[in-house]
Design a protein around this ligand. Sequence first.
Ligand code: IVH
Length: 711
Amino acid sequence: MRDQKNSNLSDNITLKEAQTRARKLRKILDKARFAYHVLDKPIIDDAVNDSLKNELEELERKFPELKTPDSPTQRVGGEPLAKFKKLAHQKPMLSLDDAFSFDELQDWENRNKRFLKNKEKFSYFAEVKVDGFAVSLVYENGKLVYGATRGNGKIGEDVTLNLKTIESIPFVLRQESKYYRQVSRGRFEIRGEVYMSAVAFKKLNKERQKKDLPLFANPRNAAAGSIRQLDSRIAASRELDFFAYDIIGNLNINTHHETHQIAKDLGFKVIPFNRICENLNEVVNFKKFLDKKRKKLNYWIDGVVVLVDDLKTFQILGVAGKSPRGMIAYKFDPEEVTTILEDVVFNIGRTGMVNPVAILKPVLIAGTTVSRATLHNEDQIKKLDIKIGDTVVIVKAGDIIPKVLNNIKDLRPKNAREIIFPRTCPGCGGKLEKKGAYWYCQDKNCFVIKKRALGHFVSRGGFNIEGLGPQILTALMEQGLVKIPADLFDLRESDLEPLERFAQKSSANLVKSIQGKKKIDLGRFLYSLGIRHIGEQTAIDLANNFKTLERIKNASLDDLNRVENIGTIVAESVYEYFHDKNKLKDLGKLLKKVQIVENTVKKSKITGESFCITGSLDSMSRDQAKAKIRELGGQWRSDVTEDLSYLIVGREPGSKLAKAEKLIVSSHSGPAGEKSQPPHHPKRSIPSHSGLVSGSVPKIISEKEFLELIK
Ligand code: IVH
């Protein structure tokens, strides 16, 4: 349709008219590119952008003489290259020294102060260190002429065609910029990092896995691998992006941070939260800030690049070996490290599941010292062929529980010992039985299972009783005061006072806190029971569907299976629980002590809709939002999936946003999107998004829109 319309548009056009029209179209398209990629404030709709581009292509087809290398239609080249040309850098592309601790950073500053004979007071510019691939772009008379890899620092490879597929790299410097005149005569060089977004990286690896191709270890390798493709159509399909961080040449400025402002003004994307730091303490704070922020970013970062902001001082400091003295990479603690597996112990969970736990030679990882990590299950241990004494790879990213990821078998010592999986419960000696990949203790009276079950019962999502940590629960159980959850409600001050660490006041407080929690809604009650596979949301789904405990108890497997979001495994688990004589006996006792109230769910606009949040909200906490959504009959989700109804975007959104955008884009791209056109940047769909959504994709809404929905 659109093609047809455009060809009509250009049907009776003269060359002269076409020339004027093409010039105007290019100008608008470039403005839109700048607004979208650099300013992050789109000015035209995705579909409009496409349509204008189509019209320009049509004009260029009709009048090939209008085609210029810097036309926005020229992002993807034609045939693959035979090989890359070599290009010499006008100024070497250096590398950076690393600092991993504050001491190393301080040493660096001291060295520089000595070098400058203690004269200088330094101000720094601290930049996000993106985990990507350094490239250099050369413009002549304001137009991109070539782009090269770093190579050996002196000579790189000409990867111009691949770099041209990256939409955030401008073909022409921005003429509206106040620096344009200064940089558009002769040669202008800009350097920066080509990177792949976290979402694109994940998607690429998923596709490669399906095709049995080797996976990329990180986005840096993926970006490098994509830029070093001889066929630019491959690079174009890889969704690469670019951040600028340096300009080579004399700009008449005094500080490095101005370089970033100029780069941005000339049309390049720069990292928005780089900052000036007056001293190293501020650098440390910036690094801490980034370390917290990094999991929310849609690209991987591995530290902070710190440099002396004053250019003259930077120049005087010069180069030592291959690295500038005035600059250093202050790296985050690694999230993956190797260490020695010293032993394996076996923990029992609340459902009786046996969890093998690795006891490790302590290592620093992602900011904490780790000496234990999960080994999942027996099958996993066998698959990785792990023995005690092996050197293992541990991963811990952010809040996740450290786990053993891999095993470097070549480093196995001669005396490595077999890991012997227990065949009886390490807690009570009871019989173990295998279900799926996991072993479970079958003893109904296992002390450890009971303790874990009690811990779950009083946890935040359940009865939410404060002051009942594992040690106190153990003490209560060892004294025979508590065997099952119902017993908690019979505790009196006089029972607790004789116990170690229980003063009169804390006894009174605990009893009061328990008694204050006797009334509970059905969802929390179900969760507190610790039924296998029943998390907070499933418990609420069951509660909302059946309304009373009696109905859930009496539900047939079919009844349970019919509930939305409840699959066979969950249904079976619930059914089994309510048909277990022992469980029912304990439940009966508990029901005499507590009062279950129906989950108060109002019918509302959001009944049946599911919500997920990225970033933080101004008007309420995440827990409050969760409660409100549930109260109105909505569902809370922790992740973005195709069937999610709404993604609420708060302040500083994370990778969930990109994930949702991705789903929206893929739901829009029909066969038309499979033409050999450059891929759309995922964000492109945002402006045109509202109202366009068809089928099952999440709708992206702001906090304001969310508040409107729940009003
Ligand atoms: S400045 C002398 N700034 O880190 C090198 N590099 O370890 C000047 N990198 O090769 C580089 N983000 O690939 C600089 N904001 C940033 C960076 C950055 C990532 C990479 C770059 C460089 C490597 C040095």
